[in-house]
Design a protein around this ligand. Structure first.
Ligand SMILES: *Cc1c(COP(=O)(O)O)cnc(C)c1O
Length: 462
């Protein structure tokens, strides 16, 4: 039996899969400040039109431009690995596979969309891209992509991560990106927040506000903003993960996958792996699909489906998604990433349909899972990734109890070599579980009170 299942470059998928084409109930549109659906033209100051076209596309398959594939070949197709050693440690009859997205130069799945977005911006004549970053994974992925394509890159990094993770900033600088802590004094959004709360740890939402403001206020009109998750086109670009995994499972002779798992912050690595399998589920296959999240930032498991802003300052359109409220700042005690208040609209609608079953995991269980994984399989997982591993272990243990030979597939979204401080806290016994207290949740949800409400529409098939 093979430990790693590889594809030739010639076997790389040549089209992305668009779930929007197959969801039985249509997506509800993003809304503008007046509560009316926004038109593609309204997004034009923020994103280039070729990306906006992908954002609203209903085509099932979208060709991947050859020049993008030529860049992706530097690390793709990524290996599918059989977690033999983890299986053995668990004594499970389940066969566990993981798609190893940690092999990209920045160390995660994020360059799959960073390269595509930088390429489309360049095609459109854009010279400079702004963005936000949390743990620094997205900022490094976009700096890497912009470097390869000859674009300028400016990254607003959530302050707590900027202070705790200097190595990510140095990765960005090595690839020629410019990285500053957010909130910063360089934008109106940043200055307003600093005035209210000078010691704020920052949040992804605040950083998004700053990066969008920077892009739309550039008088040369040659700057656009780029988002590393949440939006439809990002989910689209990541589907290369699941499409490769399908070919790899076929190659090793696996006819059926029982359980597909991914950790979800904004939802892109989870969607990238799972959406091609969700297409099979829509066509009748029996697959359990599980997006996982921290109990301290329980967007999918405890948030309502609502219209909410993508950012704290309320500059983005209102998106129909599960949300904790756009002013949500996760507790600093939480070390595992996945801190975003919302989740991709496509992921949200598929949860409403019953096509996916979200699960929240406690942080100490995640770190235990990550350490077991490192001590059996070898690679040290990103704290985000550990939320997928913990759920995979739960499912493998369940298969053991039931005495069933299930096939479990999860996404290994990235390595944790830049996040060892979280491991240090775990080993020192300084990490506790922190399920979000009800009072804090309710307080945070007040931000949704006066916003329009989306319909909760589903086909009832699942
Ligand atoms: C950014 C990141 C995530 C979370 O983002 P998604 O868009 O939900 O995928 C998960 N894992 C790693 C390693 C990341 O860098």
């Amino acid at each position: 039996m093979s430990v790693k299942i590889l594809l030739e470059e010639s076997e790389i998928p040549r089209q992305w899969y668009n779930l929007a084409a197959d969801l039985p109930t249509p997506m509800q549109p993003p809304l503008g400040p007046d509560g009316k659906p926004i038109s593609p033209e309204m997004l034009a100051p923020v994103f280039p039109m070729n990306i906006i076209e992908q954002e609203v596309s209903q085509e099932r398959w979208i060709n991947i431009p050859e020049e993008i594939l030529e860049i992706l070949y530097r690390w793709r197709p990524t290996p599918l690995r059989r977690a033999f050693f983890l299986e053995k440690a668990l004594g499970t009859p389940a066969r566990i596979y993981y798609k190893d997205e940690s092999v990209s130069p920045p160390g995660s799945h994020k360059p799959n969309t960073a390269v595509a977005q930088a390429w489309y911006n360049k095609q459109f004549g854009i010279k400079r891209i702004t963005t936000e970053t949390g743990a620094g994974q997205w900022g490094s992925a976009l700096s890497f992509a912009c470097c390869l394509l000859g674009l300028e890159c400016k990254v607003y990094m959530v302050r707590i991560s900027f202070d705790q993770k200097p190595f990510r900033r140095l990765m960005m600088e090595t690839w020629g990106g410019k990285c500053i802590p957010s909130p910063s004094t360089e934008t109106n959004a940043g200055r307003a927040i600093l005035e209210q709360d000078p010691d704020t740890p920052g949040s992804l939402g605040i950083a998004i506000s700053e990066a969008v403001e920077d892009a739309v206020t550039d008088e040369t009109k040659q700057t656009r903003y780029s988002l590393g998750s949440v939006l439809n086109h990002v989910m689209l670009h990541q589907t290369i993960i699941g499409l490769e995994a399908k070919k790899q499972l076929a190659k090793i002779g696996e006819k059926k996958v029982d359980i597909v798992i991914g950790c979800a912050g904004g939802g892109s690595n989870y969607a990238g792996l799972s959406f091609p399998f969700m297409a099979d589920k829509i066509a009748g296959a029996d697959i359990t699909i599980i997006p996982t999240e921290p109990t301290s930032c329980p967007t999918m498991t405890r948030g309502p489906f609502a219209y909410d802003f993508g950012d704290t300052a309320g500059m983005t359109p209102l998106l129909p998604m599960y949300s904790l409220g756009h002013t949500f700042v996760p507790p600093p005690i939480h070390a595992g990433g996945l801190r975003y208040h919302g989740i991709a609209p496509l992921v949200s609608q598929s949860i409403i349909e019953g096509l996916a079953t979200p699960r929240a995991v406690h942080q100490t269980e995640c770190y235990e899972a990550a350490v077991l994984f490192a001590r059996t399989e070898g690679v040290i997982p990103a704290p985000e990734t550990s939320h997928a591993i913990a759920a995979a272990i739960q499912e493998a243990n369940k298969a053991k109890e039931e005495g069933k030979e299930k096939v479990i597939l999860f996404n290994f979204s990235g390595h944790g070599l830049m996040d060892l401080v979280g491991y240090e806290k775990f080993f020192a016994g300084r990490l506790q579980d922190y399920p979000l207290p009800e009072e804090l949740l309710n307080k945070s949800l007040l931000a949704l009170k006066d916003l329009p409400k989306p319909k909760v529409a589903k086909s009832g098939r699942w």
